[in-house]
Design a binder for this molecule. Structure first.
Ligand code: FES
Ligand code: FES
Length: 211
């Protein structure tokens, strides 16, 4: 049986592997190392990605870390601070916005994933100075205390009506259960949604006709 060292050949397999083949394998690496490569980014620099975000019917061109959430893009890069950061973990609903007309949690959505898709935030709900019926109803019914959860509540409430989930108080409570209110304004929130539901549905139908 051949041994690691074969004196009859005057060299060993290990010697060949570590010497000849190793050197041959290292040659391209050495050659490559000798050529100047692309410049390295400065230490700590994060890669950025150019993207176009369509927010409230307006295009915004931004360059962001691809890991940026839609919520951070809105608040920290576009100055749209109406959407609130409550938990940043998908548990409170304070960051609710509409994407393609459906409610989503902006803290769990990557900005890069919504490029070219219409996003509506609380800032885009009114028509100029004219409040959306849901906004007006929240004010009329005093459906908030500190107001921190309110933008998310209103965006969810509008979606709730569009989804056909606001037919009665039980359905409203069920389909608004993802939006937490630490001030416990729940009874008044339900009152506001019940009252604004017919007008909200009418407005949505009108906008769909125009589109
Ligand atoms: Fe997004 Fe709480 S901040 S769910
Ligand atoms: Fe304060 Fe809802 S109004 S958290």
């Amino acid at each position: 049986m051949a041994s690691e060292t074969d004196p009859s050949r005057g060299s060993s397999r290990r010697g060949f592997l570590t010497g000849g083949a190793g050197a041959a394998a290292a040659l391209p690496l050495l050659t490559a190392a000798a050529k100047p490569g692309p410049p390295h980014p400065p230490a700590g620099a994060k890669p950025h990605m150019d993207m176009t975000l369509s927010i409230n019917e307006r295009d915004h061109h931004v360059s962001l870390d691809p890991r940026t959430t839609l919520l951070d893009a809105l608040r920290d890069h576009l100055g749209l601070t109406g959407s609130k950061k409550g938990c940043d973990h998908g548990q409170c609903g304070a960051c609710t916005v509409h994407l393609d007309g459906r409610r989503v949690l902006a803290c769990l959505t990557l900005a890069a994933s919504v490029q070219g898709r219409p996003v509506t935030t609380i800032e885009g709900l009114s028509q100029g100075a004219v409040l959306h019926p849901m906004q007006a109803a929240f004010i009329k019914h005093d459906a908030f205390q500190c107001g921190y959860c309110t933008p998310g509540q209103i965006m969810s409430a509008v979606a709730c009506v569009h989804e056909g989930h606001a037919a009665n108080d039980k359905a409203i409570r069920e389909y608004m259960s993802g939006n937490l209110c630490r001030c416990a304004a729940y009874p008044k929130i339900v009152d506001a949604i019940r009252e604004a539901a017919p007008q909200t549905a009418k407005l949505a139908a009108k906008r769909a006709e125009r589109a």
